[in-house]
Write a protein that binds this ligand. Structure first.
Ligand code: PCA
Length: 325
Protein backbone atom coordinates (compact mmCIF):
# COMPACT_ATOMS: atom_id res chain seq x y z
CA UNK A 1 0.00 0.00 0.00
CA UNK A 2 2.79 2.37 0.95
CA UNK A 3 4.51 1.71 -2.38
CA UNK A 4 1.32 2.29 -4.26
CA UNK A 5 0.96 5.64 -2.54
CA UNK A 6 4.51 6.57 -3.51
CA UNK A 7 3.82 5.74 -7.12
CA UNK A 8 0.59 7.73 -7.01
CA UNK A 9 2.43 10.67 -5.53
CA UNK A 10 4.98 10.49 -8.36
CA UNK A 11 2.27 10.41 -10.98
CA UNK A 12 0.27 13.13 -9.25
CA UNK A 13 3.17 15.49 -9.68
CA UNK A 14 2.40 15.09 -13.37
CA UNK A 15 -0.22 17.73 -13.46
CA UNK A 16 2.10 20.43 -12.17
CA UNK A 17 4.98 19.77 -14.57
CA UNK A 18 5.67 22.45 -17.12
CA UNK A 19 5.85 20.97 -20.60
CA UNK A 20 9.30 20.97 -22.23
CA UNK A 21 9.35 22.36 -25.75
CA UNK A 22 9.45 18.95 -27.42
CA UNK A 23 8.39 15.50 -26.28
CA UNK A 24 11.26 13.00 -26.06
CA UNK A 25 11.48 9.23 -25.90
CA UNK A 26 14.31 7.58 -23.97
CA UNK A 27 15.10 3.91 -24.53
CA UNK A 28 16.08 2.10 -21.34
CA UNK A 29 18.11 -1.09 -21.86
CA UNK A 30 17.85 -3.67 -19.07
CA UNK A 31 19.64 -7.05 -18.85
CA UNK A 32 17.11 -9.25 -17.07
CA UNK A 33 13.89 -10.91 -18.26
CA UNK A 34 10.70 -8.84 -18.42
CA UNK A 35 9.15 -10.94 -15.63
CA UNK A 36 12.06 -10.39 -13.23
CA UNK A 37 11.18 -8.02 -10.39
CA UNK A 38 13.94 -5.54 -11.28
CA UNK A 39 12.52 -5.31 -14.79
CA UNK A 40 8.96 -4.93 -13.52
CA UNK A 41 10.02 -2.19 -11.11
CA UNK A 42 11.90 -0.53 -13.99
CA UNK A 43 8.75 -0.68 -16.12
CA UNK A 44 6.77 0.94 -13.29
CA UNK A 45 9.46 3.60 -13.01
CA UNK A 46 9.28 4.26 -16.75
CA UNK A 47 5.49 4.59 -16.60
CA UNK A 48 5.74 6.86 -13.55
CA UNK A 49 8.06 9.23 -15.45
CA UNK A 50 6.01 9.07 -18.64
CA UNK A 51 2.77 9.80 -16.75
CA UNK A 52 4.48 12.29 -14.44
CA UNK A 53 5.72 14.40 -17.33
CA UNK A 54 2.41 14.19 -19.16
CA UNK A 55 4.16 12.17 -21.87
CA UNK A 56 6.81 14.81 -22.51
CA UNK A 57 9.50 12.37 -21.43
CA UNK A 58 8.50 8.86 -22.39
CA UNK A 59 10.76 6.08 -21.11
CA UNK A 60 10.55 2.74 -22.93
CA UNK A 61 12.16 -0.27 -21.23
CA UNK A 62 13.90 -3.01 -23.23
CA UNK A 63 14.39 -6.04 -20.92
CA UNK A 64 16.33 -9.30 -21.52
CA UNK A 65 19.35 -7.55 -23.00
CA UNK A 66 17.30 -7.00 -26.18
CA UNK A 67 18.63 -3.50 -26.93
CA UNK A 68 22.14 -3.95 -25.50
CA UNK A 69 23.42 -7.11 -23.78
CA UNK A 70 24.05 -6.65 -20.06
CA UNK A 71 27.79 -6.15 -20.38
CA UNK A 72 27.32 -3.30 -22.88
CA UNK A 73 24.62 -1.31 -21.09
CA UNK A 74 26.87 0.85 -18.94
CA UNK A 75 29.06 1.89 -21.86
CA UNK A 76 25.99 2.52 -24.04
CA UNK A 77 24.61 5.00 -21.48
CA UNK A 78 28.00 6.61 -20.83
CA UNK A 79 28.41 7.34 -24.52
CA UNK A 80 24.82 8.42 -25.07
CA UNK A 81 23.81 5.50 -27.30
CA UNK A 82 21.02 5.16 -24.75
CA UNK A 83 20.03 7.93 -22.34
CA UNK A 84 19.10 5.67 -19.42
CA UNK A 85 19.74 2.04 -18.44
CA UNK A 86 19.96 -0.54 -15.68
CA UNK A 87 23.04 -2.58 -14.87
CA UNK A 88 24.52 -4.79 -12.17
CA UNK A 89 27.35 -2.48 -11.13
CA UNK A 90 29.58 -5.18 -9.61
CA UNK A 91 30.20 -6.48 -13.13
CA UNK A 92 32.29 -3.30 -13.55
CA UNK A 93 34.52 -3.75 -10.51
CA UNK A 94 37.51 -4.09 -12.86
CA UNK A 95 36.94 -0.43 -13.88
CA UNK A 96 36.76 0.80 -10.29
CA UNK A 97 36.80 -1.35 -7.13
CA UNK A 98 33.99 0.75 -5.61
CA UNK A 99 31.60 -0.76 -8.15
CA UNK A 100 32.12 -4.02 -6.26
CA UNK A 101 31.45 -2.67 -2.77
CA UNK A 102 28.23 -4.71 -2.70
CA UNK A 103 30.13 -7.95 -3.39
CA UNK A 104 32.60 -8.16 -0.50
CA UNK A 105 31.99 -11.72 0.75
CA UNK A 106 30.20 -12.05 4.09
CA UNK A 107 30.49 -8.36 4.99
CA UNK A 108 26.68 -8.22 5.03
CA UNK A 109 24.30 -11.13 4.88
CA UNK A 110 20.82 -9.65 5.36
CA UNK A 111 18.80 -6.97 3.60
CA UNK A 112 18.98 -4.71 6.65
CA UNK A 113 22.76 -4.96 6.90
CA UNK A 114 23.08 -4.46 3.18
CA UNK A 115 20.95 -1.31 3.22
CA UNK A 116 23.13 0.10 6.01
CA UNK A 117 26.22 -0.55 3.89
CA UNK A 118 24.60 1.06 0.86
CA UNK A 119 23.60 4.18 2.82
CA UNK A 120 27.32 4.67 3.47
CA UNK A 121 28.67 3.47 0.12
CA UNK A 122 25.96 4.79 -2.23
CA UNK A 123 27.17 8.42 -2.38
CA UNK A 124 30.76 7.29 -3.08
CA UNK A 125 29.56 4.99 -5.86
CA UNK A 126 27.46 7.82 -7.31
CA UNK A 127 30.63 9.98 -7.45
CA UNK A 128 32.47 7.26 -9.33
CA UNK A 129 29.55 7.02 -11.73
CA UNK A 130 29.64 10.79 -12.29
CA UNK A 131 33.30 10.43 -13.33
CA UNK A 132 32.00 7.92 -15.89
CA UNK A 133 29.49 10.49 -17.22
CA UNK A 134 26.57 8.81 -15.46
CA UNK A 135 23.96 10.28 -13.13
CA UNK A 136 22.91 7.68 -10.53
CA UNK A 137 19.15 7.49 -10.01
CA UNK A 138 18.28 4.47 -7.86
CA UNK A 139 19.28 0.90 -7.16
CA UNK A 140 17.69 -2.28 -5.87
CA UNK A 141 19.36 -5.28 -4.21
CA UNK A 142 19.08 -8.86 -5.37
CA UNK A 143 18.26 -11.41 -2.66
CA UNK A 144 21.23 -13.01 -0.83
CA UNK A 145 23.58 -15.06 -2.99
CA UNK A 146 23.83 -18.85 -2.63
CA UNK A 147 25.62 -21.60 -4.53
CA UNK A 148 24.02 -23.74 -7.24
CA UNK A 149 25.50 -27.09 -8.29
CA UNK A 150 24.49 -30.02 -10.41
CA UNK A 151 26.20 -32.48 -8.03
CA UNK A 152 26.33 -32.39 -4.21
CA UNK A 153 29.09 -30.24 -2.71
CA UNK A 154 30.17 -30.50 0.92
CA UNK A 155 33.56 -28.82 0.79
CA UNK A 156 35.68 -26.66 -1.48
CA UNK A 157 37.49 -29.81 -2.65
CA UNK A 158 34.21 -30.95 -4.24
CA UNK A 159 34.21 -27.80 -6.41
CA UNK A 160 37.55 -28.53 -8.05
CA UNK A 161 37.34 -28.29 -11.85
CA UNK A 162 33.60 -27.52 -11.92
CA UNK A 163 32.53 -25.09 -14.67
CA UNK A 164 31.09 -22.06 -12.92
CA UNK A 165 28.90 -19.34 -14.43
CA UNK A 166 30.15 -15.95 -13.20
CA UNK A 167 28.43 -12.57 -13.52
CA UNK A 168 30.95 -10.18 -11.96
CA UNK A 169 34.56 -9.70 -10.93
CA UNK A 170 33.94 -11.13 -7.45
CA UNK A 171 32.13 -14.22 -8.75
CA UNK A 172 34.99 -14.98 -11.15
CA UNK A 173 37.53 -14.56 -8.34
CA UNK A 174 35.49 -16.85 -6.09
CA UNK A 175 35.64 -19.49 -8.80
CA UNK A 176 39.42 -19.17 -9.10
CA UNK A 177 39.97 -19.40 -5.36
CA UNK A 178 37.80 -22.52 -5.11
CA UNK A 179 39.50 -24.26 -8.05
CA UNK A 180 36.52 -23.88 -10.38
CA UNK A 181 36.55 -22.65 -13.98
CA UNK A 182 34.72 -19.32 -14.37
CA UNK A 183 32.72 -18.52 -17.51
CA UNK A 184 31.11 -15.06 -17.62
CA UNK A 185 27.50 -15.47 -18.79
CA UNK A 186 24.59 -13.03 -18.61
CA UNK A 187 21.45 -14.28 -16.85
CA UNK A 188 19.54 -14.12 -20.15
CA UNK A 189 21.84 -16.91 -21.46
CA UNK A 190 22.14 -19.20 -18.46
CA UNK A 191 19.42 -21.73 -19.28
CA UNK A 192 21.25 -22.47 -22.51
CA UNK A 193 24.62 -22.57 -20.75
CA UNK A 194 23.38 -25.17 -18.25
CA UNK A 195 21.53 -27.16 -20.93
CA UNK A 196 24.66 -27.45 -23.07
CA UNK A 197 27.10 -28.08 -20.20
CA UNK A 198 28.99 -24.80 -20.70
CA UNK A 199 28.48 -24.39 -16.94
CA UNK A 200 27.33 -26.72 -14.14
CA UNK A 201 27.20 -24.27 -11.26
CA UNK A 202 26.84 -20.62 -10.29
CA UNK A 203 26.43 -18.24 -7.39
CA UNK A 204 23.21 -16.23 -7.54
CA UNK A 205 19.95 -15.55 -5.74
CA UNK A 206 17.03 -17.93 -5.55
CA UNK A 207 15.36 -15.33 -7.76
CA UNK A 208 17.59 -15.88 -10.77
CA UNK A 209 17.51 -19.67 -10.44
CA UNK A 210 13.73 -19.54 -10.20
CA UNK A 211 13.35 -17.09 -13.10
CA UNK A 212 15.55 -19.30 -15.32
CA UNK A 213 14.03 -22.63 -14.11
CA UNK A 214 17.48 -23.99 -13.36
CA UNK A 215 16.01 -27.13 -11.74
CA UNK A 216 15.87 -28.50 -15.26
CA UNK A 217 19.66 -28.87 -15.09
CA UNK A 218 20.92 -28.29 -11.53
CA UNK A 219 20.00 -30.13 -8.32
CA UNK A 220 21.45 -28.31 -5.32
CA UNK A 221 21.16 -24.84 -3.84
CA UNK A 222 23.31 -24.12 -0.80
CA UNK A 223 22.33 -21.12 1.31
CA UNK A 224 25.49 -19.14 2.13
CA UNK A 225 24.25 -15.50 2.03
CA UNK A 226 27.57 -14.42 0.57
CA UNK A 227 26.47 -10.88 -0.41
CA UNK A 228 23.59 -8.93 -1.96
CA UNK A 229 24.57 -7.22 -5.22
CA UNK A 230 22.57 -4.30 -6.63
CA UNK A 231 21.18 -3.34 -10.00
CA UNK A 232 21.48 0.40 -10.55
CA UNK A 233 19.53 2.68 -12.86
CA UNK A 234 21.48 5.63 -14.27
CA UNK A 235 21.17 8.40 -16.84
CA UNK A 236 23.72 9.77 -19.30
CA UNK A 237 25.05 12.86 -17.51
CA UNK A 238 24.59 15.18 -20.49
CA UNK A 239 21.02 13.97 -20.96
CA UNK A 240 20.37 14.50 -17.24
CA UNK A 241 21.84 18.01 -17.31
CA UNK A 242 19.60 18.80 -20.26
CA UNK A 243 16.39 18.16 -18.29
CA UNK A 244 14.47 21.01 -16.72
CA UNK A 245 14.04 21.06 -12.95
CA UNK A 246 10.42 19.91 -13.04
CA UNK A 247 11.33 16.82 -15.08
CA UNK A 248 14.27 16.09 -12.78
CA UNK A 249 11.82 16.34 -9.88
CA UNK A 250 9.51 13.76 -11.44
CA UNK A 251 12.47 11.47 -12.13
CA UNK A 252 13.66 11.76 -8.53
CA UNK A 253 10.19 11.05 -7.10
CA UNK A 254 9.71 8.07 -9.39
CA UNK A 255 13.22 6.83 -8.52
CA UNK A 256 12.45 7.00 -4.79
CA UNK A 257 9.24 5.02 -5.33
CA UNK A 258 11.10 2.45 -7.46
CA UNK A 259 13.82 2.01 -4.84
CA UNK A 260 11.22 1.35 -2.13
CA UNK A 261 9.13 -0.99 -4.27
CA UNK A 262 12.22 -2.86 -5.47
CA UNK A 263 13.53 -3.47 -1.95
CA UNK A 264 10.13 -4.72 -0.76
CA UNK A 265 9.79 -7.04 -3.74
CA UNK A 266 13.32 -8.38 -3.41
CA UNK A 267 12.60 -9.28 0.24
CA UNK A 268 9.27 -10.92 -0.64
CA UNK A 269 10.83 -12.82 -3.51
CA UNK A 270 13.55 -14.42 -1.36
CA UNK A 271 11.52 -17.18 0.36
CA UNK A 272 9.07 -17.43 -2.50
CA UNK A 273 11.80 -18.34 -4.97
CA UNK A 274 13.67 -20.71 -2.63
CA UNK A 275 10.37 -22.58 -2.23
CA UNK A 276 9.99 -22.46 -5.99
CA UNK A 277 13.39 -24.16 -6.39
CA UNK A 278 12.23 -26.89 -3.98
CA UNK A 279 9.00 -27.36 -5.89
CA UNK A 280 11.10 -27.65 -9.04
CA UNK A 281 12.85 -30.62 -7.40
CA UNK A 282 16.03 -29.04 -6.07
CA UNK A 283 17.52 -29.64 -2.64
CA UNK A 284 17.69 -26.26 -0.87
CA UNK A 285 19.71 -26.32 2.36
CA UNK A 286 22.37 -24.45 4.31
CA UNK A 287 25.94 -25.22 3.24
CA UNK A 288 27.83 -27.69 5.47
CA UNK A 289 29.89 -26.28 8.34
CA UNK A 290 33.06 -27.30 6.52
CA UNK A 291 32.05 -25.49 3.36
CA UNK A 292 30.98 -22.39 5.30
CA UNK A 293 34.30 -22.12 7.12
CA UNK A 294 36.30 -22.72 3.94
CA UNK A 295 34.28 -20.08 2.11
CA UNK A 296 34.79 -17.65 4.95
CA UNK A 297 38.55 -18.06 4.65
CA UNK A 298 38.27 -17.37 0.91
CA UNK A 299 36.01 -14.43 1.70
CA UNK A 300 38.69 -13.00 3.99
CA UNK A 301 41.21 -13.19 1.13
CA UNK A 302 38.77 -11.49 -1.25
CA UNK A 303 38.05 -8.78 1.32
CA UNK A 304 41.79 -8.06 1.69
CA UNK A 305 42.15 -7.93 -2.08
CA UNK A 306 39.21 -5.56 -2.39
CA UNK A 307 40.54 -3.28 0.33
CA UNK A 308 43.97 -3.23 -1.28
CA UNK A 309 42.42 -2.20 -4.60
CA UNK A 310 39.89 0.29 -3.24
CA UNK A 311 42.43 2.24 -1.14
CA UNK A 312 41.39 4.88 1.40
CA UNK A 313 37.91 5.38 -0.09
CA UNK A 314 37.12 1.68 0.27
CA UNK A 315 38.59 1.40 3.75
CA UNK A 316 36.58 4.43 4.90
CA UNK A 317 33.34 2.76 3.76
CA UNK A 318 34.06 -0.59 5.41
CA UNK A 319 35.28 1.07 8.63
CA UNK A 320 32.21 3.31 8.81
CA UNK A 321 29.93 0.34 8.19
CA UNK A 322 31.62 -1.78 10.87
CA UNK A 323 31.61 1.11 13.34
CA UNK A 324 27.85 1.37 12.98
CA UNK A 325 27.22 -2.32 13.67
N1 PCA B 1 21.01 -12.49 -10.09
C1 PCA B 1 21.84 -11.87 -11.06
C2 PCA B 1 22.88 -11.14 -10.29
C3 PCA B 1 22.69 -11.49 -8.88
C4 PCA B 1 21.47 -12.31 -8.86
O1 PCA B 1 20.91 -12.74 -7.84
C5 PCA B 1 22.48 -12.85 -11.97
O2 PCA B 1 22.63 -14.02 -11.61
O3 PCA B 1 22.88 -12.44 -13.06
Amino acid sequence: MKNLMNWTAGAALAASVAAPAMAETWDMPMAYAATNFHSEVGANFAKCVTDGTGGNLEIVTHPSGSLFPGNEIKRAVQTGQANIGERLLSAHQNENPLYGVDSIPFLVSSFDEHEKLWEIAGPAVAEVMAEDNLHYLYSVPWPPQGLYFRDPVNSVADMNGVKFRSYSTATARLAELTGMIPVQIEAAEISQAFATGVADSMISSGATGYDRKVWEHLNHFYIVDAWLPRNAVFVNMDAWNGLDDATKGVMNDCAAAAKAEGLARSKDYTDFTLNGLREGGMTVEPASDTLVSELQAIGATMTEEWLAGAGDAGKAIVDAYKAGN
